[in-house]
Write a protein that binds this ligand. Structure first.
Ligand code: SAH
Length: 249
């Protein structure tokens, strides 16, 4: 296919490895007149854009700190109004903590057609790349994906950690490394066992991928010692280690 003029394509770029974009996503990227990309997008992927394509880093604006979401929405609409086909390339899946929904609403309000091309979220690819099946027969039959971004802010912000802890199943936390210690403590307070296994996957699916493991009681200190940094996915539950040799089944 060829990306259509005057249309915004919200494309999931996948978790990091440039091979993990979908075929549809790649076709849009290769044919679009303009590419507006997130900060974490692989340079390898950007090389696939047409040579004459207009490339915009959504995280950067010349001379100023960074574009606001409203400015990104405006940019997308402006490009589409110039009758360009626009590939809005977003990390992972566009609708998993990606503010993709807001971009769809803004485009619709402006009367611009939008096509959503799903992507492989780091919420799934992170654990998988570190050998953790988020569900496993007889171990966990569900998983919860939460943001760890506001774990330290006042009560009422975003995630109800007690409820997350009380919900059966594995827990996958995005944007959580900065608050890892707090998150682990809140999960224990909510009833998870201190010896529940935890794995942190930094730069999942990329050549620099790093993995550290511990328990809810120990992971804060371990991650700090190893200097784990964003982007990283945290996975909590008995599924961690289930594929390792000698693991109990
Ligand atoms: N829409 C994205 C998530 C955006 S929020 C998706 O579906 O993957 C950004 C967070 O995603 C990061 O803070 C981190 O927790 C996670 N993340 C993105 N890429 C990652 C990667 N390669 N390795 C580990 N975590 C990643």
């Amino acid at each position: 296919m060829t990306a259509r003029a005057g249309t915004i394509y919200l494309v999931g770029a996948g978790p990091g490895d440039p091979k993990l974009i979908t075929v549809h996503g790649r076709e849009v990227l290769e044919t679009a007149d303009a590419v507006v990309h997130d900060r974490l997008i692989s340079p390898e992927l950007l090389k696939l854009a047409r040579r004459e394509a207009r490339i915009e880093d959504a995280g950067k604006t010349p001379g100023r700190a960074s574009r606001s979401q409203a400015e990104i929405n405006e940019l997308l609409i402006e490009l589409a109004r110039e009758r360009l086909s626009v590939c809005r390339l977003k990390g992972g899946d566009p609708f998993v903590f990606g503010r993709g929904g807001e971009e769809v609403l803004a485009a619709r309000a402006a009367g611009i057609p939008v096509v959503v091309v799903p992507g492989i979220s780091s919420a799934l690819a992170g654990p998988a790349a570190a050998g953790v099946p988020v569900t496993h027969r007889g171990v966990e039959s569900s998983f919860t994906v939460v943001t760890g971004h506001d774990a330290q802010s006042a009560a009422g912000a975003g995630v109800d950690w007690e409820r997350v802890a009380a919900t059966p199943g594995s827990i996958v936390v995005l944007m959580g490394v900065g608050n890892l210690e707090t998150i682990a403590r809140k999960l224990i307070q909510g009833g998870r066992r201190p010896d529940e296994p935890v794995r942190v996957v930094e730069r999942a699916t990329l050549p620099e991928q790093r993995v550290v493991s511990g328990t809810l009681a120990t992971i804060g200190a371990i991650a700090e010692e190893s200097d784990v940094e964003a982007p990283a996915v945290i996975v909590v539950g008995a599924v961690v280690g289930v594929l390792e040799q000698g693991a109990a089944t």
